[in-house]
Design a protein around this ligand. Structure first.
Ligand SMILES: [Zn+2]
Length: 276
């Protein structure tokens, strides 16, 4: 749903963006008749806009899953600070569920290493100029979803202070995992919590990661095509059984992959044990 926002409080340029977005989603912004570099701000988050086709500038405004719902101004400025557009956008409650995970002794013994935390922070904040992704995104595996994005996590009944930053596909061990869009492999290694993980930079602030693989099929630094096999489903790291955890980051914020692959369906009956 893309509507032209009118009448803007302040508009020296035309900006297209939906009037509402839910927690954990991306608000697409397209600015027309814009000269020079632009940035957009919503609810304290500022992003760069990149040249699209036909002289427009486009950007992916992420809304944090933990962002309080409400009405916030979407402001587009020149990088020099001149306000060119302003209009209210409603951030809506996504109604995320709570979910309890029964952890195993192996899982409880896992903790992220400082260098791994640093590497993930660096990856998650990557915003590179060149865009490799095109829509629609491919599905990483053809399977149903048994745990959605945004679920508040409890471990053995206790709040973990965390939420599910991706979605889980109920994929059997050994099934090939495919890159959902073209991009550059930034991470392809074994880490404590994610297990075998591949992280791809698709450009202009869009990243995807694939966790708990049994085996990795690409190398760091490699370019991959949409649909290319990047690894195989497993249960390495913080996982209760084989599944694929697929996560997406837009301009530094974890967002729901479902917005990019809406054809993914929830599994008919959720498995008794949930999987991180
Ligand atoms: Zn997961």
């Amino acid at each position: 749903m893309l509507v032209l926002l009118a009448p803007p409080v302040c508009a020296r340029i035309n900006v297209e963006a939906a009037g509402a977005v839910r927690q954990g989603e991306v608000l697409r912004i397209a600015a027309h008749e814009a000269a020079g570099d632009l940035e957009a701000t919503l609810a304290g988050k500022t992003i760069r806009l990149f040249p699209g086709g036909d002289g427009e500038a486009v950007g992916l405004m992420p809304v944090n899953a933990l962002q309080e719902p409400g009405t916030f101004p979407l402001i587009v400025k020149s990088t020099g600070g001149e306000e060119l557009f302003r209009r209210d956008v409603n951030i809506e409650d996504a109604g995320f569920e709570k979910q309890d995970i029964k952890t195993s002794r192996n899982m409880r013994g896992l903790s992220a290493k400082p260098e791994e935390v640093k590497l993930m922070q660096k990856f998650n904040s990557t915003v590179s100029d060149r865009r490799f992704w095109v829509e629609p995104f491919a599905r990483p595996t053809p399977d149903c979803m048994n745990s959605p994005f945004g679920v508040q996590r409890l471990h053995d009944g206790k709040p973990s202070g965390n939420y599910h930053r991706g979605l889980d596909l109920r994929s059997p061990a050994g099934r090939p995992i495919r890159a959902t869009a073209a991009g550059k492999v930034m991470i392809a290694r074994r880490m404590a919590m994610p297990g075998n993980i591949v992280g791809i930079d698709h450009g202009q602030g869009l990243l995807t990661a694939y966790l708990h693989m049994s085996r990795i099929a690409v190398k760091e630094g490699a370019m991959v095509k949409r649909g290319q096999i990047i690894g195989y489903v497993g249960s390495t790291g913080f996982a209760t059984g084989p599944h694929l955890h697929w996560s997406m980051v837009a301009n530094g914020v974890a967002v729901t992959p479902l917005q990019w692959a809406p054809e993914i369906k929830a599994c008919a009956a959720r498995a008794a044990g949930t999987k991180p």
